[in-house]
Design a protein around this ligand. Structure first.
Ligand code: ZN
Ligand code: ZN
Length: 351
């Protein structure tokens, strides 16, 4: 796990001619070390050594969670001890994460570490994170199971007269009881006309008879996220157009999943679902991407969209979530997570 990830990163360091790298992005720190003190840990990885820098609050936790690392009580970002450590390790070419460097740390790099040549690591770790290893797949599947079974157990509570916030609270409580540390994002629960808002967080609106209710939710479990959407209709007479839209969204969703072949790009897969929805005349009402990668963050690379130029490879996990939204009337979205296998896609969300 972590040892393989460090090994891969060291290969990148060789390519970019850096003899060490400093990792600040909390997700990358967790990915490479297992340390969950998000935001309070920094890694310094050389070709032979790996240090986790944190403070005394995390002393026991850091040793437990990151056994591959030499844990040092060095407070970042502005620290003379860090400068001494870099000198001790005889680091000449130091890589850094350009997207996650604070101004204070940048000043330290430039003022006190001016003897080092700075090398941009760019998105190397983010790119590494796109392909999930076995342990990650297992955890994400479990996060999917927690969310999916929680939903199945409580979806009968989505009835006319109930408020959106009450449904969301019940769903979140059940996910927590099944082992989720928290929801992986603010639960989206949008009924009736509010279902036309793709990201309508749960409100105090009361669900009315026949209304569509879009439930988009996920569990955060052992550092990883799940994400799924179900649109259900509250008991009562539903609008004909919305029922028709439901079938179109389902068709686009299923078509994308069965048509996928490894080697396609995010653009190719997005186009399959988009063409399907466009053929029914609802192209403009499908305004967002078909999907996104997922892992320690709900949204991460690769993008499954018009701009998705990354080839979707074995081990990647991303969402497939077409939707149609009509202002004033409502909307429908169906979302599942899928894992790329040797031959196609394995849907890993349940329920
Ligand atoms: Zn979602
Ligand atoms: Zn999503």
């Amino acid at each position: 796990m972590q040892s393989n990830r460090i090994f891969e990163l060291r290969k990148t360091l060789e390519i970019i001619k850096a003899d060490a790298v400093v990792i600040n992005d909390p997700d990358n720190v967790f990915y490479l070390s297992g340390f969950t003190g998000y935001g309070d840990g920094t890694l310094l990885i050389t070709s032979t050594e790996a240090f986790l820098l944190t403070d005394s609050r995390y002393d026991i936790q850091a040793h437990e969670e990151a056994p591959l690392y030499n844990v040092k009580m060095i407070r970042m970002p502005d620290s003379d001890e860090f400068v001494s450590l870099v000198k001790e390790c005889r680091i000449k070419n130091l890589a850094f994460e350009n997207c996650y460097v604070s101004y204070t740390f940048w000043k330290l790099l430039n003022d006190k570490l001016s003897f080092c040549n700075l090398v941009n690591l760019d998105d190397a770790v983010i790119n590494q994170r796109m392909i999930k290893d076995e342990s990650e797949v297992k955890i994400i599947k479990k996060a999917c199971e927690i969310a999916g079974t929680a939903f199945l157990e409580m979806k009968h509570l989505i009835v006319p007269g109930v408020r959106e916030v009450d449904v969301a609270a019940e769903l979140e409580l059940r996910m927590r009881k099944k082992g989720a540390i928290k929801p992986s994002f603010d639960t989206i629960l949008a009924s009736g006309y509010r279902a036309a808002m793709p990201h309508g967080a749960a409100s105090e609106k009361v669900i009315m008879a026949g209304e569509p209710v879009t439930c988009d939710f996920g569990a955060f479990y052992k550092g990883y996220c799940s994400d799924m959407t179900r649109t259900v209709f509250a008991e009562g007479e539903a609008d004909e157009t919305l029922l028709k839209i439901y079938d179109i969204v389902k068709e686009a969703h299923d078509l994308a999943i069965v048509s996928f072949k490894p080697g396609m790009t995010g653009y190719d897969l997005d186009k399959i679902a988009r063409d399907c929805i466009e053929s029914y005349g609802y192209g403009k009402e499908f305004g967002h991407s078909l999907g996104h990668g997922i892992g320690t963050q709900v949204h991460e690379a690769p993008s499954v969209s018009k701009k998705g130029d990354i080839v979707l490879e074995k081990g990647m996990i991303f969402s497939v979530e077409p939707g149609i939204y009509i202002e004033g009337l409502g909307g429908v979205r169906i979302e599942d997570l899928a894992l790329v296998t040797d031959t196609g896609l394995e849907v890993i969300t349940i329920g």
